[in-house]
Write a protein that binds this ligand. Structure first.
Ligand code: NAI
Length: 320
């Protein structure tokens, strides 16, 4: 059993950084005993950029609110939340709402008290709704800064890069494909027209790749046959996102990641696009550029679902 809050010793590498950079980055992982939480914590522990890592979970311990008070002294810079139940075969991400909504609400309330200035990355599904839940909870507590709250959609980008790399015969590490919208089914919108390096597939292939990227999570849920959803690839993607936040916090320029955030890019109040990250979270929302006809259709299909998911999250906080 992991204890509720477990502080992990700092890596040594931070000492060599210049004093103009922020050297003492504290990261908290909420849901650290889980399938994602454990390997994610391991990867963060292994990063020289993380000077203190706090692991938090509720396994075998009652009383979320009481537990959260243990984080008060952490005053974290970054909180990553992979807490909550994952899918089983046949489930949609929205089927997780009833269990995970209150978990994310309670953890966001804990952040509002313990570390209101932290950058918060939410992995718990359904991300389309849990990010609005976190934002409304922080707003209720009077500490919301929408530039500091992120739905972690990095796994969609990682998957897209892997699949495109494979299909185009290119090293996936060299592929950079923006994935915008939300994080479920039709709301996941890979923009193949903006892929770098440029790829040249038939329209049928583009459709097939788009659908595979949209349903990649379900591919893993089916393959795990009841033993959960993506954990290792998500830990990899979560660590990539957290480390990008840290690098931006430390003053590195031009750190760009796609994430699901409060947005005025479309009529949906939350939307994933490429973002320039900075010391205080989102420095600049880069928007989604020019969409071709196929991608405009993806957007038209995504928006009603996204808006419904967002409303459901907001109602959960404001009508309860
Ligand atoms: P898991 O069940 O293995 O782990 C979840 C952990 O959260 C457990 O250790 C549990 O004790 C803990 N937990 C529950 N309530 C908590 C609370 N109030 N405070 C702290 N910890 C709490 O699940 P797994 O596989 O790690 O997945 C976690 C979440 O991540 C799921 O909601 C899943 O759908 C989501 N996910 C998101 C992805 C994304 O791309 N954003 C990709 C894959 C999964």
């Amino acid at each position: 059993m992991l204890s509720r809050v477990l502080k992990v010793a700092a890596q040594q590498g931070v000492k060599s950084f210049s004093t103009s950079q922020q050297n003492n980055v504290k990261v908290v992982v909420c849901g650290a005993s889980g399938g994602i939480g454990q390997p994610l914590s391991l990867l963060l522990k292994n990063s020289p950029l993380v000077s203190e890592l706090s692991l938090y979970d509720i396994v075998h311990t009652p009383g979320v609110a009481a537990d959260l008070s243990h984080i008060d002294t952490a005053n974290a810079d970054i909180v990553i939340i992979p807490a909550g139940v994952p899918r089983k075969p046949g489930m949609t991400r929205d089927d997780l709402f009833n269990t995970n909504a209150s978990i994310v609400r309670d953890l966001a309330a804990g952040c509002a008290k313990a570390c209101p200035k932290a950058l918060i990355g939410i992995i718990s599904n359904p991300v389309n709704s849990t990010v609005p839940i976190a934002c409304e909870t922080l707003a209720k507590a009077g500490v919301l800064d929408p530039k500091r709250v992120f739905g972690v959609s990095t796994l969609d980008v990682v998957r897209a890069n892997a699949f495109i790399g494979e299909a185009a015969g290119v090293d996936p590490q060299q592929v950079n494909l923006p994935v915008i919208g939300g994080h479920s089914g039709v709301t996941i919108m890979p923009l193949l027209s903006q892929c770098k390096p440029a790829v040249n597939f038939s329209q049928d292939k583009i459709k097939a790749l788009t659908e595979r990227i949209q349903e990649a999570g379900t591919e893993v849920v089916k393959a795990k046959a009841g033993a959960g959803s993506a954990t290792l690839s998500m830990a990899y993607a979560g660590a990539r996102f957290a480390i990008s936040l840290i690098r931006a916090m430390r003053g590195e320029s031009n750190i760009i990641e796609c994430a699901y955030v409060r947005s005025d890019v479309t009529e949906a109040k939350y939307f994933a696009t490429p973002l320039i990250l900075g010391k205080n979270g989102i420095e600049k929302n880069l928007g989604y550029g020019t969409l071709n006809a196929f991608e405009q259709e993806l957007l038209a299909n995504a928006l009603p679902e996204l808006k419904k998911n967002i409303q459901k999250g907001e109602d959960f906080v404001n009508k309860n």
